[in-house]
Design a protein around this ligand. Sequence first.
Ligand SMILES: C[S@@+](CC[C@H](N)C(=O)[O-])C[C@H]1O[C@@H](n2cnc3c(N)ncnc32)[C@H](O)[C@@H]1O
Length: 287
Amino acid sequence: MAPVPLVVSAHIAVDTPRNNEVRHDGIHDAFVVLLEINDIVFIFLLCEISAEYHGTDGVMSCLPCLDHLSRDDYADVYEPSEDTFLFIDALDKELTRIADAKPTRILEMGPGSGCISVHLLQQLQKRAVQCLPSCLLIDINPKAVTAALKTAACNGVGQHFDGLQGDLFRAIRPRQTFDMMLFNPPYVPSPAEEMCEGGIAAAWAGGVDGREVIDRFIQQAPDHLADGGCIYLLSERRNKPEEIRQLFKQKGFCSEEVLHRRAQNELLNVTRFWRVGWGESACDVNS
Ligand SMILES: C[S@@+](CC[C@H](N)C(=O)[O-])C[C@H]1O[C@@H](n2cnc3c(N)ncnc32)[C@H](O)[C@@H]1O
């Protein structure tokens, strides 16, 4: 008997609640193909799987493909977590503003897996932004730099990325500037010993009040921000976000919270900082 293919189409979505987020491990547009040959029925399942996240604030984002990273890699490199998802959602919320600002040089400090800046470039690409910005990744963890560059390459934007291993801005020239900086820093309050461990501990160990790396970043970042540029920085309630805004204010910066979200016992926020005199005239809108 001639083979008779039978195609059944379905849409299946599996929702797994994660804290205050819903993760859609979605199998979208699945096709079941039944093929009968010599009384034997072969069943093929063809499907497209994607991971999407959205918070209770209704913002929903897609992560770049991270299939090249295994469990073993995540022993050394920060695995995208609630803070990463919040950052990505915040950038999505800001996408029109970012596209309109036409940044040409972006710096992501502490990229880990690289999914924040890779996601941003993919979104700009989807918006048909003519000239995609170049993106420099700096991480103190060399394995993170390698992983992040691979993420960029695997997601088709590798030619726009470059990576350096280093402690904050130490690896770049004193006058090298960027139009936009992104930093999801190590923010967990931790004992001093953990600060010196390096490797994966550097992903979360933030020292006293979780502020040691953040405070050094605030000291150094303004020298590397181009005129009209802005900084997106994540912090947590225990980092005293109001104090962080004051420190930036002392350096002549305005600030606006883009998004906040509770994740387990953490209250995370992403805030945009820009120099007085650039962008909106209503300075320090939230404080
Ligand atoms: C919370 S993880 C964020 C990783 C990634 N951006 C994400 O959101 O999934 C913080 C990252 O900052 C890096 N980091 C910590 N201290 C640093 C420093 N002094 N200079 C550069 N990168 C640093 C860590 O290695 C880690 O990759």
